[in-house]
Ligand binder design. Sequence first.
Ligand code: NAD
Length: 345
Amino acid sequence: MGLRILVTGGAGFIGSHYVRTLLGKNENIRLTVLDRLTATGDLANLDSVRGDDRLAFVHGDVCDPALVNALVAQHDEVVHFAAESHAGHPIPDAAEFVRTNVSGTQVLLDAALRTGLRTFVHVSTYEVYGSAEDGPWPETQPLAPCSPYAATRAAGDLLALSYHRTYGLDVRVSRCSSTYGHHQSPHKPIPLIVSNLLRGAGVPLYGGDPSVRDWLHIDDHVQGIELVRVAGRPGEVYNIGGGTELTLGELTGLLLEACGAGVSARWDAEEFFGGQAGRARHCSVDWTKIRTELGYRPAKDIETGLAETVAWYRENRGRWTPPRRSPALDATREPQPARVLTAAA
Ligand code: NAD
């Protein structure tokens, strides 16, 4: 039997890309996805690997200790993507962030400790550093999250690292830049902008947002996480950056170009992503450590990455029609009781 990895949140944007990538590269591997299928999770993200007998899917909650203990005991490693990640407008109830991002992480860490798990990769975000007016921030920068979402991610990071310091658990933390690419939930800014442009609707951007983000293509994000899992050091944090800092307005301009002839933008006053409340003005990380220690190099330039992203949404209209709204405005899909849909041999 090959290496067995439990991938939490593996029906989401980045987790599903990680699953598809590993199954595409590595014959001798067994993956189990544990996902609650909240508003941003979608089983269709795993369509291309459905039926692969190296993959099992469990519909369940990382906050369920009995389920998590049973699953972690059957695996060698955990890559923890599951998170309540919607941080838009209106700002959601912080209780859901605390529940999944803090309590869920603690349930997983306890299970890892109890079962003698080999490695726990905690996937986090550069938003834990807060605004980087004097950045880019290295891994040693004190955490100063701006929003309740980022605060719960910071709490999860610190909890994970404490299990290394206290119990010697092999925990590795990645902190990544804003990630873009195919298969992202239509609730998120880039899919929402692209789908609006493709249908000729207004761009849901509040005028002239000056906040800057570093953009990282999903292939490069997955490359970084895999380097951390395979070659990272226990108890260490690794920033994974993309090297392209843009305002949302500049990004929208590039998306408009990528959408091509015949598509025009109409700036829309509607505030899908919220105002400035809780938004860091400038997010930026120094990723020298992962470059020099692990050989990480982002390979996808923003123009190519955005062109491919737009092409995917153009070819997969069924994934974003009818138009979606922010999950905070949608009725969230109620999670169903945990059940195993398929089982790896
Ligand atoms: P996503 O929202 O697309 O995926 C999250 C997945 O977790 C979803 O499939 C959801 O159903 C699942 N989930 C949520 N709560 C759960 C629970 N209680 N139990 C089990 N599953 C649950 O998010 P993403 O963009 O793929 O992000 C994955 C991770 O990467 C997150 O930890 C996020 O903070 C981090 N990250 C994302 C970005 C980005 O720009 N997207 C940037 C840096 C870091």
